[in-house]
Ligand binder design. Sequence first.
Ligand code: NAD
Length: 504
Amino acid sequence: MTSAPVAPPRTSRPAILESIDPATGAVIAEWPIHDSEGVAAAVSRARVAASVWRELDFEGRKRALLRWASYLSNHADELCELVLRENGKPAEDAYLELVLVLEHIDWAAKNAKKTLSPKKVSPGLFMANCEAVIEQRPLGVVGVIGPWNYPVYTPNGSIAYALAAGNAIVFKPSEYTVSIGHFYADAFAEANPELPLGILSVVNGYGETGAALVTSGVDKIAFTGSTATGKRIMAAAAANLTPVLLECGGKDAAIVADDADLTAAADAIAWSVASNSGQTCAGTERIYVVESVYDAFVEKLAKNLRNIKPGSDAKAAYGPMTMPSQIEVVRRHIADALDKGGRAIVGGLDSIKGSYIEPVVLVDVPEDSLAVAEETFGPTVTVRSCKSIDEAIELANDSAYALASTVYSRKNGMEIARKLRVGATSVNSVLAFGAISTLPFGGVGESGIGRIHGEEGMREFTRSHSIARQRFAIPGMELLSFSRKASTVSMIRKIIGFRHGRHT
Ligand code: NAD
């Protein structure tokens, strides 16, 4: 592993945004920053493009989305190289991220029609002369604000589905991954040169640019990032009642039951803890193990995590921390855990080596310490022994965050999963829900509001339009009219009494 200097935190706000390689601190690109006028121009252009995109209908949009996916697939090496340089992620991990992106675009393209086609519903007894239909309409222009940790996968969870539903997008990538954001969005235009520009466009900048997008009059904001920023966005969006979808932070727990396959659990959970330098919203940060298997599990987990090293070479298991300020958060959490009586059985404070952090496993850490209560977002984990599976469930649920979770149990995985207060659970695997296009993804509590992926995720980017069409008039049954007769209401009273008044 090579130890590299930590790039300086980006506190200043020049008119140009420098894109920096987190492994070397080198500037790899410069981007002009969009102020509120620039954002407004992008939204106006998107509004014009939205009408063309909407008129293409499902089949036309499907073809355009699949061409986009093909372009991304055919330029995978270029994109992965860029992700390695701008985000620090090993090229192989970048490729796996792209695979998920392609699968989600494919699913959204091919399933929008089925998910969003008009649906006839029952009009009920008293409105039997009506046809009742629910139609889904695109919202118009959706503002998407993304993070840096999965710079393609996370925004794509909103963008692909919102596009498939007929919306245009203005995308503000994280200030740490602007070039990746451009590559991803430009690919759409490259693959579809006949379509107007502005169906998917990018605005560059820091939080101020994101804030301008929130108040720009877009029809929805889909945000992925920290809980603190999510709260600020929701407050700002309230001024215009702009709807928000918030995919925020997590403090995900893994539960290991006494009947778990401990080797498989220790292998997969080690990956969930440390891959992507632990910078995974739904990665494991707390582990609760039933006491009868605690020692055996901890030994296997520690062995797995001792064996992996971060770096920027081909053998590295993961790369540098993308955001320099996160290194201090990780340091603070480890220090607080050790101060409060915790022990590091793998690594410790000296695992932080410049912008690389080697894995750290903490045990005997009180539940009120930062390492258990707050999102760490580094390759560290706490492990605790529990008297019973019920205690493990109770501790896992005792968190303000409630994004996702993992359960290892041969026999009772589903039963344990059902008792967890989270948006998603992987049973006998980790993070599997994120790779399945049909499963909605999103959090509870401080982890967010709304869902991406699947049918539910697609409907997030539509509004339902209910249409009741009277097919014929029933003589003497004009209930919604001043010409209604007393005898009609008296007849209705009898029917209602029979229908609703006989249940004891
Ligand atoms: P962040 O909140 O710092 O930034 C996210 C985005 O919001 C960036 O593009 C940023 O420029 C923008 N932003 C900042 N202030 C803003 C404001 N006032 N108005 C509008 N936009 C603003 O988050 P981050 O550090 O980029 O990402 C890491 C966080 O994202 C972690 O908490 C992680 O758990 C979370 N995350 C969640 C999910 C999920 O699906 N739930 C997925 C990935 C990451």
